[in-house]
Write a protein that binds this ligand. Structure first.
Ligand code: CP
Length: 301
């Protein structure tokens, strides 16, 4: 496979290879000289049709650490605003001799569409409510770093599952590695048929926290909601918000994760987000090594 569009397409051994390669790159980027020549003469375009802080900067740093040439494109401020199509935009970028495209787009399936129409490698940096494969890979890498293995661990994904691409990619990624997965949130924010994926479904955040080794907490994605869902943010924080006290009171240690951006005071209190349970900034750090691994491995194909 010359592309990474979703975790659904990966095997357990593909994921294992990415984890092992990311481990090696993490050692590299912790050295005084962080750069390797692996992708010298490879040109990568980061094409973002949606806002991003972590994913975009992390891909750019990963590419630069691999010595690739990098160009960055944002839809805002571009000729997309004059009506240029996705394919015309990407083909014009590729005409400048670009080898790989990292794309974020609000439409589920947009990267799959690109793979059918262009020759360059495509990496999905998040497509609407569908998948965010490198986020799931960096989440698994962070769990492995903390516990040594993902197999047998219990992971609760808590929050707005319906509108989350992080949830779906994590479900695929964790299950392929032998973890048990629960999704927890208000009934209105959990898809009706999610149980068919083999996950537990819960609506009680305290029960989810008591069950899991890792709580991966997601924000409410108001920007993707076509209609106003119950609960409101105030109600959500009242019934599903997680505080440091709730984590401290558990019988056994728990690891707290969040893909960012955090809505402080909604899904997490500040003291929970900044507590010793949290590995949120480790996730961000690991994103660079994991994206280096993905880009390096794709370039070998
Ligand atoms: N986790 C994540 O995708 O964050 P950004 O939207 O800031 O890239």
């Amino acid at each position: 496979v010359r592309h990474l569009v979703g975790i659904k397409d990966l095997t357990e051994s593909d994921i294992h290879l990415i984890m092992e390669t990311a481990g090696q790159f993490k050692e590299v980027i912790n050295r005084p000289i962080k750069k390797v020549p692996s992708l010298r003469d490879v040109t990568i375009a980061n094409v973002f049709f949606e806002n991003s802080t972590r994913t975009r900067l992390s891909f750019e740093l990963a590419e630069k650490r691999l010595s690739a040439d990098v160009v960055n494109f944002s839809a805002s401020g571009s000729s997309v605003k004059k009506g240029e199509t996705l394919l015309d935009t990407v083909n014009n970028i590729l005409a400048m001799k670009v080898d790989m495209v990292v794309m974020r787009h609000s439409s589920p399936g947009a990267p799959h569409y690109l793979t059918r129409h262009i020759k360059a490698n495509v990496v999905n940096a998040g497509d609407g409510t569908h998948e965010h494969p490198t986020q799931a890979l960096l989440d698994s890498f962070s769990i492995r770093e903390k516990f040594g293995d993902v197999a047998g661990k219990r992971i609760a994904i808590i929050g707005d599952i319906t509108h989350s691409r992080v949830a779906l990619s994590n479900i695929f990624c964790l299950q392929k590695q032998g973890a048990e997965v629960m999704v927890c949130g208000p009934k209105t924010l959990i898809p009706k048929h999610i149980g068919a994926l083999g996950v537990r479904v819960g609506h009680d955040v305290r029960a989810a926290l008591a069950w899991c080794d890792v709580a991966n907490v997601l924000r409410i994605q108001l920007e993707r909601q076509q209609i106003k869902y119950f609960p409101s943010l105030r109600e959500y924080s009242l019934y599903f918000g997680i505080s440091k006290q709730m984590l401290d009171e558990l019988d056994r240690p728990i690891v707290l994760m969040h893909p960012g951006p955090i809505n402080r005071g909604v899904e997490l209190t500040s003291d929970a987000a900044d507590s010793s349970h949290s590995i949120i900034l480790d996730q961000v750090e690991n994103g660079v090594a994991v994206r280096m691994a993905v880009l390096y491995l794709l370039a070998q194909l």
